[in-house]
Design a protein around this ligand. Structure first.
Ligand code: AMP
Length: 453
């Protein structure tokens, strides 16, 4: 999962790119990068680490330009190393290009082999390089035409920002799996994965880039194209962005993330007659759902877990061992709140079960009498091919365990998940969604070369 930003302006924008990336740090913490066009050359810096660590004041002052793009990365396709940092920067037929990508292609391996057979040499192993090479192969000066051809080749999830020598381009795949917003501030155009990156610059959110849309900013003007004349909207916005990934202050495809999360909690609590004392959210991702649960149940919310503010997202750690210790460092129970109490513990999702199992163990050690786990999303049963880092199916607790087996493994007294219908009701049906991680209904099939032979 990643965050992307692109700004077209008439003034130097490197600091704006930095602030916007900073606000989207939750979308990826492994590496980051900024590329700006100084009128002639593309200057860039990319490195492993957080935005605040990689970009110091003096680095930013070297990156001067009125147009630029940026990226924060958590690796899904391709490993976590320097060669996969973005934006990717290159030149083709004497024209410079830089590109940043959020999402995951489902046919990257196939395309990569095809390109390698043609003599292309890859420096990294992410799917983004495949996009850049296909784009470069057809780029003869008309970015829209070359993108339309590229979009015929690449399948899966991609939101892109691309910088040419005189234009900034934003692209969203025909299903619109990953978010991409368009904003404006005076003469400046801003594209970003989430609202917060535009808000913090004082910009106004104009709209979502539509699935299948190519938006070009050139000579200070915006033009919109669709990748195919026969294009039919296939809207499959990723529901997991709403459940977990995006910040509460995002609105994606007309569904406000915070309202959605609160509603999920309310729907989950409806018709439940639970004999408990307090609702405890798993911070931070369980808060909105817990508020909803509290609204509907009448039980008051209490802060039963203290969060260490200096630890990032636990799931976003490559090994199981690291994830386990990270949960312990991150959350500590408040025994004065939970001791002797019957607790409704609310979290947004259960994936492997690691987080809830550990939290429940520590809540018991802190004296909680009963723990009722309430999850404001359905059980995650299928891996995601489109950029959410869900592990292999065999590691998903819900894919090979009954509800009772999950309850036993996690160690709670009762367990309940929101069902798919309730989750969709919480969106108020303002959009259509990809929910493949819950029902296995994949809008785009994963393609490997072997399957095509
Ligand atoms: P797990 O411990 O594997 O069951 O992960 C569930 C916890 O991680 C929940 O507290 C979620 O808030 C969080 N989470 C769920 N999905 C993801 C994801 N794709 N990336 C990072 N964190 C996640």
């Amino acid at each position: 999962m990643c965050g992307i930003i692109g700004i077209y302006s008439d003034k130097n924008i490197s600091k704006e790119l930095y602030y916007s990336l900073y606000s989207m740090q939750h979308r990826g913490q492994e590496s980051c990068g900024i590329a700006v066009l100084d009128g002639e050359n593309i200057n860039y810096k990319r490195d492993m680490g957080l935005v605040g660590e990689v970009f110091k004041e003096d680095e930013l002052s070297k990156l001067k330009g009125n147009m630029g793009i940026g990226h924060v990365r958590y690796s899904t396709a391709g490993g976590s190393h320097m060669a996969n940092c973005q934006p990717l920067v290159g030149s083709c037929r004497k024209r410079k290009l830089a590109l940043a990508h959020n999402g995951n292609l489902v046919n990257a391996n196939y395309l990569r082999e095809m390109l390698e057979e043609e003599g292309y040499m890859f420096q990294a192993n992410s799917d983004t390089e495949v996009i850049l090479y296909i784009l470069a192969r057809y780029y003869k000066g008309d970015i829209v035409e070359s993108l339309k051809i590229t979009m015929d080749y690449i399948k899966g999830a991609y939101s892109l920002v691309i910088m040419g020598e005189d234009e900034l381009v934003a692209v969203r795949d025909p299903h619109g799996f990953r978010p991409l917003k368009l904003g404006k501030k005076n003469n400046e155009y801003i594209f970003a994965s989430e609202d917060c990156a535009i808000d913090i610059l004082g910009g106004e959110i104009i709209r979502d880039v539509e699935p299948g849309e190519i938006v070009v900013i050139k000579d200070g003007k915006m033009k919109s194209y669709f990748y195919s004349e026969n294009y039919k909207p296939l809207k499959k916005s990723c529901i997991f962005e709403h459940i977990y990934f995006a910040r509460n202050d995002a609105t994606i495809d007309n569904v406000n993330v915070y309202n959605f999360r609160v509603k999920c909690g309310e729907i989950l609590a409806k018709d439940e007659n639970i004999n408990a004392d307090i609702v405890v959210p798993v911070p931070d991702s369980g808060w909105a759902g817990a508020i909803g649960y509290s609204n509907a149940s009448g039980l008051k919310v209490s802060e039963g877990l203290v969060k260490n503010r200096y630890v990032g997202r636990t799931f976003i750690k490559p090994t199981q061992e690291e994830r386990e210790i990270a949960v312990k460092i991150k959350l500590n129970p408040l025994s004065t709140v939970v001791k002797g109490k019957s607790v409704v513990l609310v979290d947004d999702s259960v994936v492997r079960g690691t987080t809830s199992r550990q939290i429940i163990q520590s809540l018991r050690e802190a004296g909680a009498k009963e723990i009722h786990l309430r999850v404001t999303s359905p059980p995650v049963q299928y891996s995601c091919y489109y950029g959410i880092d869900t592990p292999n199916r065999s590691k998903l607790i819900a894919s090979n365990n009954s509800l009772e087996q999950m309850r036993e493994f996690i160690g709670c007294d009762t367990i309940k998940f929101l069902d798919i219908e309730g989750m969709l009701d919480a969106t108020e049906h303002k959009c259509t969604f990809c929910k493949a991680c819950f029902d296995g209904d994949y809008p785009v099939k994963k393609i490997d070369k072997e399957e095509l032979l």
